[in-house]
Design a protein around this ligand. Structure first.
Ligand code: CIZ
Length: 305
């Protein structure tokens, strides 16, 4: 059954000149079939570089939108139209507009986990891998509004010493990981290195050895001589970590850290997506042009790979 689906996907991909991108939080079988896996920005940059005409984005809505912003000439498909991101939806462009009115001199930095409309109203975009560099690149005299994730924002405040205006958004999947989860898992595996995502709560991050984005977790595990890691992020991340580091052990800090939206993508939906060219994700030209400026400014100050 799985072999048949994979065969179908391979044929449809060829017929449509398509490329399949999968986020690090996708189910393992989706990561395995993808042409590229990675974080949302890395995948969108790959999408822009490829000669493919169709991009099947196995992730959530804002990621497919980011690909559409960077590759307007390509058809971007999201295999499940309901694969949204509650964090991205925690601030609307109207709410950001009101916040900007209250702080007319402030620059706006938005996390990539945001809608295209919010990106369009922002000066800079950032990812969890480069939020510190983006904020540090802005003049010390500048007030900065940071949206929508308060925990990533607080991490940036702690690391830069800047006084950011934070929006109270959060990722429901990351905040389920508790301080007790870390303490209990550490008690069981005292030799393990704890890697936490910046979207985790502050007490969880305080108990962790390293605070890293998904791409940074992969790099750090590869370089490390440690053989055991506790991972505080969406559990899809363990798939790539295990695959790239077969001699090390990776333990989820919480088995509850499952993003229901990421897990909406299935092999069958990838087949249907390519058969029916669904669900197309587009961004209106005016929004796209403004959102792209915020992304381009970030790309200019990306940290060294
Ligand atoms: O930027 C991304 O893809 C997300 C949502 C997290 C990360 O750390 O890579």
């Amino acid at each position: 059954m799985i072999e048949q689906l994979l065969e179908k996907i391979k044929n449809l991909k060829g017929a449509h000149n398509a490329v399949i991108l999968a986020h690090n939080y996708q189910p393992g079988e989706i990561q395995d079939l993808a042409d590229f896996c990675g974080d949302s920005l890395g995948l969108s940059i790959k999408a822009a570089e490829t000669g493919a005409e169709v991009i099947v984005f196995c992730g959530v809505q804002f990621m497919a939108e980011t690909a559409a912003i960077l590759s307007p000439e390509k058809t971007v498909l999201l295999p499940d139209k309901f694969a949204g991101c509650p964090l991205a939806d925690m601030i609307t462009s109207e709410q950001l507009g009101e916040l900007k009115q209250r702080h007319p001199d402030a620059l706006v930095v938005c996390y990539v986990n945001s809608t295209a409309e919010v990106k369009a109203q922002s000066d800079y975009c950032c990812t969890s891998a480069n939020a510190i560099e983006v904020v540090n690149s802005l003049g010390k005299d500048k007030q900065i509004i940071f949206v929508p994730d308060q925990h990533l924002g607080q991490f940036v405040v702690d690391k830069t010493g800047r006084d950011l205006i934070l929006w109270p958004g959060y990722c429901a999947t990351h905040v389920v990981i508790t301080e007790e989860d870390i303490k209990n898992t550490k008690a069981k595996y005292p030799d393990a290195i704890v890697m936490a995502h910046p979207e985790c709560t502050e007490p969880v991050k305080e108990l962790s050895d390293e605070i890293l984005s998904t791409s940074q977790m992969l790099k750090s595990a590869k370089k490390s001589t440690a053989k055991r890691f506790i991972i505080a992020t969406e559990i899809g991340m363990l798939h790539a970590l295990k695959e790239q580091n077969p001699d090390a052990e990776f333990i989820a800090a919480s088995a509850k850290a499952i993003c229901p939206n990421m897990k909406k993508i299935t092999l069958e939906k990838v087949v249907w997506s390519l058969e029916d060219m669904q669900y197309k994700v587009t961004v209106p030209d005016e929004v796209r042009a403004k959102a792209k400026k915020a992304i381009d400014r970030m790309v200019e100050i990306l940290p060294e790979e």
